[in-house]
Design a protein around this ligand. Structure first.
Ligand code: GLA
Length: 351
C-alpha cells in the first residue's frame, strides 16, 4: 500500500509536492491505515545522465533524492522511485537500458525501498530477460526492495514474473472513468491463480478521489481492488481530499480484506448483464463478497453459500464491510439491493 504521483500529477512532480503529500499521508491517517510507500513516478529525471549516472532535475528536486528520501523516512514512510527498462522513459527522460546494475546501486544510495520499472522504448528487448536482469541487480544490492514490473500485461507476466518481482501490471493504464475500472477488472478475471503473498497481479493504481467518478463508483473501484488482493496505491491529491475520499481510502474492514494474510485473489463467480458477483476466501475461512452492479438500474443481487463453497444448510453471519456492522444471520444465501454503478461488500462467516 502506498501513494504514487502519476494518476493525479503526471509529470508535475517536485520535492515540495512529495513532502507535502508525505505530511498529508501522516495527518490524514492514511499512513496508519497502511499506505507506506511514497513513489515518485516518471519525470523526476534531469534531461541527461551525468558521469553515466541518473540525476534528478535540479529544478524539481533541488536537494537531490537522498535528502528527500531521508525526510520521507523520518515521517515513518518508505521511499519509491521509477525508471524505465528502455532507452527513454515514457515521458522521454533518460532511462536505464544497459545501466541496470548502476541504477540499482544508485537507487540504493538514495535509500529507495520500492522501484517501478516501466516498459517504453524497449524495441527488440525481451521482457522476461530484461526484468530478470533487474531482479538480479536488485538482489545484488543487498537492500530489501519492492520490485514493481510495469509492462502492462503485454507478455503474460503472471506466468513468469512471480519469481522476479513482487507485483506486475496486468493491463494498460487506468483512467479516472467508470468504463476504465470495468475494462481493467475484466483483465483480472482469468489470472487469479497466479497471485499470492509477495507476488501480485497489479491492475494499476487507484483513481479514488481524482474527480472523474461518483463516490459510489469509487467505493466500487476500491471494493474490487480489495477483493482482487491488488496493491492499493492511492493516486489522488492527499493534501486536499474530501471526507468521502478519505473514508473510502481508509475503510478498515475493506483494507483488511485486501491485506488478508492468505493472499488469495478473488474470483468472479457470475456475471449477467453487468451484474457481477466476486468472492475471495480469507485466512480465517470466511468469505469476502462483492456484489457489483455495473448496470444503469438498481438490482437485487444474491450470493449463495453453495457457490462460495460453504455448506448450504449452515447459517452464516453477514457483515457489511463499508457500514462496519452485521446485517444478520442467513440460511443458504444473502440478497441485497445494489444501486447502479455501485458495489455492496460483505463478509460471510460461521456463527
Ligand atoms: C506508463 C505507465 C504509467 C506511468 C507512465 C509514466 O504509461 O504504465 O503507470 O508510469 O508510464 O510516463
Amino acid at each position: 500500500m502506498g501513494w504514487n504521483s502519476w494518476n493525479r500529477f503526471g509529470p508535475f512532480v517536485s520535492e515540495r509536492l512529495v513532502l507535502e503529500i508525505a505530511d498529508a499521508l501522516v495527518e490524514s491517517g492514511m499512513r496508519d491505515a497502511g499506505y507506506r510507500y511514497v513513489v515518485i513516478d516518471d519525470a523526476w529525471e534531469g534531461s541527461l545522465r551525468e558521469d553515466d549516472e541518473l540525476v534528478p532535475s535540479l529544478w524539481k528536486f533541488p536537494r537531490g533524492m537522498r535528502a528527500l528520501a531521508d525526510d520521507v523516512h523520518a515521517r515513518g514512510l518508505k521511499f519509491g522511485i521509477y525508471t524505465c527498462a528502455g532507452t527513454r522513459t515514457c515521458q522521454g527522460y533518460p532511462a536505464s537500458a544497459g545501466y541496470e546494475e548502476r541504477d540499482a546501486r544508485r537507487f540504493v544510495e538514495w535509500g529507495a525501498d520500492f522501484v517501478k520499472i516501466d516498459w517504453c522504448n524497449t524495441h527488440g528487448l525481451d521482457a522476461r530477460a530484461k526484468y530478470a536482469n533487474w531482479s538480479e541487480a536488485f538482489r545484488a544490492v543487498g537492500r530489501p526492495m519492492v520490485f514493481s514490473i510495469c509492462e502492462w500485461g503485454r507478455n503474460r507476466p503472471w506466468e513468469w514474473a512471480g519469481t522476479l518481482g513482487h507485483l506486475w501490471r496486468t493491463a494498460s493504464d487506468i483512467q479516472d472513468r467508470w468504463d476504465s475500472v470495468l475494462s481493467t477488472l475484466e483483465r483480472q478475471a482469468a489470472i487469479a491463480e497466479h497471485a499470492g503473498p509477495d507476488h501480485w497481479n497489479d491492475p494499476d493504481m487507484l483513481e479514488v478521489g481524482n474527480g472523474g467518478m461518483t463516490d459510489d463508483e469509487y467505493r466500487a473501484h476500491f471494493s474490487l481492488w480489495a477483493i482482487l488482493a491488488a496493491p492499493l496505491i492511492a493516486g489522488n491529491d492527499v493534501r486536499a481530499m474530501s471526507a468521502a475520499t478519505r473514508e473510502i481510502l481508509t475503510a478498515p474492514e475493506v483494507i483488511a480484506v485486501d491485506q488478508d494474510s492468505a493472499g488469495m485473489q478473488g474470483r468472479r463467480l457470475r456475471e449477467n448483464e453487468g451484474r457481477q458477483v466476486w468472492a475471495r476466501r480469507l485466512a480465517d475461512g470466511s468469505h469476502a463478497v462483492v456484489l457489483l452492479n455495473a448496470s444503469d438500474a438498481a438490482a437485487a443481487m444474491r450470493v449463495s453459500w453453495a457457490e462460495l463453497g460453504r455448506p448450504p444448510a449452515v447459517a452464516a453471519v453477514v457483515r457489511d464491510l463499508w457500514e462496519r456492522q452485521d446485517v444478520g444471520t442467513f440460511n443458504e444465501s444473502y440478497e441485497a439491493s445494489v444501486a447502479p454503478h455501485a458495489a455492496h461488500m460483505v463478509k460471510v462467516s460461521s456463527r
